[in-house]
Design a protein around this ligand. Sequence first.
Ligand SMILES: C[S@@+](CC[C@H](N)C(=O)[O-])C[C@H]1O[C@@H](n2cnc3c(N)ncnc32)[C@H](O)[C@@H]1O
Length: 314
Amino acid sequence: MFVEESEDVSNAKSRLLDVFADLDDDELKAMEQWIGSKQFKKDLENKKSIKQSEEVLNKIADAIKGMVPFEAEMATEKIEFPAVGDAADCNRVNTRHMDEFLYDEEQVQELVKDGRLSRHYCLDCNSQNIKELTYISHSKSRVQLQYIFKVLLPKDLECKLILDVGSRFGGVLFGAYYYTNASKIIGIELNKECCEIQEKVIAQYKMDKTRIQVVNSDVLNKGDIVKKSDVCIINCLDFFVSTEEHKRLWYFFKEHLRKGSFVVLDRSIADTLQPLDMFDEFADWLSVSKPLQLENEILFDVEDLHELYLYTVN
Ligand SMILES: C[S@@+](CC[C@H](N)C(=O)[O-])C[C@H]1O[C@@H](n2cnc3c(N)ncnc32)[C@H](O)[C@@H]1O
């Protein structure tokens, strides 16, 4: 009996054929085996669950856009352009902030197309002598968060504490909330306005406040929390602190982070500490850890994500 298939099914078949047409015989065979295997069912379930969490995070990002200025920097924030390191050439003329938690790559392209965002700046007015702007993000992107929680860190984080140092608008906290089973998720954030935004989202999405918490403080005053953390996520703080303050923070982390705990960085520890002239003292402090959910790598385009680093404290 001929059963007419839906448009969705024919579209999916057409997309699959597009992919399969580029494979050789051996690759095709491997695909056939995978689709018939239990692993395929597991991968599919995993992908579906990630997509569900992703949808919540997309909604949260849209909600936050309505709470902050378009540039996503608050009036009360003190942004310091770094004096050392790979961002030392950034300044007010050549650099713009585009928050990657709030706007993904596709949304940025839309903004450029609509003329709300420029990719270039003019070196002398009215001329075509233009130069590309440097875009920085103070937040991790939603894809980076998936990679941290679904590929880098261990799958089971029950009874574990995830700490985000400088939690800003809360992207990392919300990623941890929806992508992991961590029992406790804490963000420590210096800026009060940013803390208020995080609290608003927690209330709006009725998150379990015994599981997720925001602390409005300088992390330097919260050694007790840092000591208890099992996973500590530190996004580059160099746009927020002077070189001297930055150095102080790393001495503080070295003193307080527990042996065996995980540290996630968005620069290698060498690239972070060499510009501060302090790498030699820290050379034996951390060990590189391999990703602990490598089986999930197929769920992401990992080529874009090499700038995330997982370490354990020695
Ligand atoms: C680059 S953002 C990181 C945002 C978020 N953790 C992420 O990765 O998406 C750094 C944040 O750290 C905060 N910050 C800087 N120094 C701090 C300190 N000493 N204690 C707590 N927060 C701090 C800043 O206010 C800023 O919101």
